[in-house]
Design a protein around this ligand. Sequence first.
Ligand SMILES: Cc1ncc(C[n+]2csc(CCOP(=O)(O)OP(=O)(O)O)c2C)c(N)n1
Length: 244
Amino acid sequence: MAALVRTMVRIRAFENAAEQASRGGVSAYGKAADGTARVRGPLHLSTGQEAVPAGVCAHLATDDYLTSTHRGHGHTLAKGADLTRMMCELFGKATGFNGGKGGSMHIADFSVGMLGANGVVAAGLPIAVGAAHAQKLQGRTGITVCFFGDGAINRGPFLEALNWAQVYQLPVLFVCEDNRWSATTASGPMISGEGASARAESFGIPATKVDGNDVIAVHAAAERLVAEVRGGGARACCTPSPTA
Ligand SMILES: Cc1ncc(C[n+]2csc(CCOP(=O)(O)OP(=O)(O)O)c2C)c(N)n1
């Protein structure tokens, strides 16, 4: 439990500091008019969603892969990426993960299996499936975890990725962080049917729903799901946050 709380606090502290540093607006050039440093480019925080990456990533090893979203700081830190290099990336510094060229939405740290945040909604899904296919073909022990938002499930790559993962029985865990919003648009009126879990099940992928605000419940569900994925075959997990 202490380790989960530590991860959540670490994520919140990082994002609070990044938000503080971007006060007055993010800057295209990394500096405000008065010359002070600024976060460079867009900054999407995951405040309130820390329980999901903390609970899921607690079960992952370095050789497991992870793909993320435009809201990827929590996933990246929970996977073990270096906090200082992440902050350097936000400030556009050469010492950042991408030499300061990528910024918040393109942070990647291959050394811990973090294959990248992604500014394109649903783009992480096919990348995760490709990574999981490589793991299977090469007979590696690692699995891939794919985080995405509920807004991603109306995009084509979501359907293509789940289909491919099930057809080839790939070691991938799809985790839908359902905060009930697609950024600024309420997701509910835009989603037909029963949502992420039902769509996964329609492909034959077993799906689990767990309260995304309850880190202990997420941790317990993920422990089982990760073990099942290691045993072979895809799984899906939807983490609705009732109070989002
Ligand atoms: C392909 C694509 N279309 C539109 C956008 C603009 N956009 C940015 S965030 C977002 C909503 C994402 O919703 P969700 O995945 O649920 O994540 P949330 O922001 O709610 O955490 C959209 C449509 C985009 N980045 N990529």
